[in-house]
Design a protein around this ligand. Structure first.
Ligand SMILES: *Cc1c(COP(=O)(O)O)cnc(C)c1O
Length: 483
């Protein structure tokens, strides 16, 4: 006889409905409280560790209890990206359609390695990718796929570049090249390129940092010079990466000269638009990305400015057939073995694969490009408001970017940026980051929340300005708020 199913793992429909309803309510209540409370809750980490240690998994406990416990811990133990005064890194308050997408995917749990077993999901993702590629201005026939992250998409770009650069790379790796392969990024690029060079097996030294022009954009002249110098030294340039929307300052490298250089040298041209790529939704601002269409490949994260839940990157490329030589193999246990279908497992880094793209599909279906244009323009307008208010109070705006991120230096004689930011975050009033832009310490303020209001901007600016003054501390800020 078979042992009985474990009802904790697989509860009855009745029990699931009951737990589901309680969870939905608990999450909604926590969300409401969270938006009214501090952006950075005060966590009792030793206390949390003690409670966590009590879970030694020796005896089961009701799922409802564990769920109630973890929701409460999350409410008090995280920086809240869902808070309208989180002016932080590119982590969005996720859209509701995207959250619905997560639920649907969890329920069906399709395996996207193969189109044979998950045709609806594979077709749907390809449809969304084509729509995004078209919107980005890539030519008909462009394609690509969803990735778990911008880093995975960027890694895919580098692997394509290496494979296209030398026919021996697939079999022999970096040894195939007559000299060390190298690639070019701006000094303000995302740090993950270091890990990507390491993962690709060409070594961290393969990353060539090109100086910026004083305004946070890669200098095309310096880039040309570095390539010549490397060639003269026997190195093998394989790729130029232009960043469209730098992490610190939202600057856009000169796309046309960078991508023209890639074409002239016969090497791969990649645009890393992990965050900034979302401006393709806005007719007002998409012109900022002119030149994108010349790229061999482009990275755009849906889990940044497109506000899906975490783990939703996109790799777009002009000639999708170039993925084949990178990821091809045959596995006779796979359902499509022997067929000619380009299954995701032979065109991407991953094998087992989550249905990543449904979240962006549902959000696009519900809001349309127009809804995303509003979302992008709202963030830009919020930052314009911050910019104007800080400038009025004598702060200096260092970056000149349309994108929704600001690098602001406090007026001369103010407290150090690091202290201002630390006290602001400690008070829980708002979340911003300390950063360095063109060699100068700045407060980095980015709008990532779809519902940040003018009142939120007022509170941010008032708190920043107060904390910048030499004799102010976070404690003063709190007393001021309580009055
Ligand atoms: C966020 C970001 C990355 C890394 O993407 P992940 O999704 O965090 O892996 C790379 N490049 C740029 C420009 C980014 O903004």
């Amino acid at each position: 006889m078979l042992p009985a199913n474990d009802t904790a793992l697989f509860p009855t429909r009745h029990d699931r409905d009951r737990i589901d309803a309680a969870l939905t309510e608990a999450l909604a209540d926590a969300g409401e409280r969270m938006a009214q409370g501090p952006v950075t809750p005060r966590l009792d980490l030793p206390g949390f560790r003690r409670e966590l240690a009590a879970f030694d998994f020796s005896a089961p406990q009701p799922l409802a209890d564990a769920l109630g416990w973890i929701v409460a811990q999350m409410e008090h133990g995280l920086v809240h990206v869902n808070h309208p005064r989180y002016f932080g890194l590119f982590n969005p308050a996720p859209s509701f359609p995207a959250q619905c997408g997560d639920r649907v995917v969890a329920a069906f749990n399709p395996q996207l390695a193969s189109a044979t077993t998950s045709p609806v999901a594979v077709e749907l993702e390809a449809h969304v990718i084509r729509a995004v590629a078209r919107r980005a201005g890539l030519s008909d026939g462009a394609g690509g796929h969803f990735t778990t992250s911008g880093s995975e998409a960027n890694l895919t770009g580098l692997l394509c570049a290496l494979t296209a650069a030398h026919p021996g790379f697939a079999a022999e790796g970096a040894r195939a090249f007559p000299g060390a392969p190298v690639f070019y990024v701006s000094q303000d690029c995302h740090n993950a390129w270091i890990k990507i060079a390491h993962q690709a097996g060409i070594g961290r030294g393969a990353v060539r940092y090109v100086a910026t022009d004083g305004s946070g954009r890669m200098s095309a002249e310096q880039l040309a010079r570095r390539i010549e110098q490397d060639r003269a030294d026997g190195k093998v340039p394989v790729m130029i990466v232009a960043t469209a929307g730098t992490t610190v300052a939202g600057m856009i490298d000169p796309l046309v000269p960078c991508l023209d250089l890639a074409r002239d040298h016969g090497i791969w041209g990649h645009v890393d638009a992990a965050w900034g790529g979302a401006v393709i939704a806005s007719d007002r601002f998409r012109g900022d990305l002119a030149g994108l269409e010349r790229a061999d490949s482009v990275t755009i994260d849906a889990h940044k400015w497109f506000a899906t839940t975490m783990g939703c990157g996109m790799f777009l490329l002009r000639r999708p057939e170039q993925l084949g030589p990178v990821f091809q193999l045959s596995a006779d246990f796979m359902p499509s073995a022997g067929t000619v279908v380009a299954d995701p497992y032979v065109t991407t880094v991953q094998w087992s694969r989550r249905f990543l793209g449904l979240r962006l599909f549902l959000a696009l279906a519900a809001a349309g490009w127009a809804g995303y244009a509003d979302h992008v323009e709202h963030a830009i307008e919020v930052i314009e408001l911050v910019r104007a208010q800080l400038a009025r109070r004598g702060w200096q705006i260092r970056n000149h970017s349309h994108m929704a991120v600001l690098c602001a230096a406090p007026p001369p004689g103010s407290r150090a940026v690091r202290d201002i930011v630390q006290d602001l975050v400690a008070a829980g009033e708002a979340w911003v980051a300390p950063a360095t832009f063109e060699g100068e310490p700045v407060v980095r303020i980015c709008c990532t929340h779809g519902q940040t209001s003018a009142a939120d901007v007022d509170r941010l600016v008032a708190a920043l300005d107060r904390l910048a003054q030499a004799d102010q501390q976070a404690a003063d800020l709190k007393t001021a708020d309580q009055k």
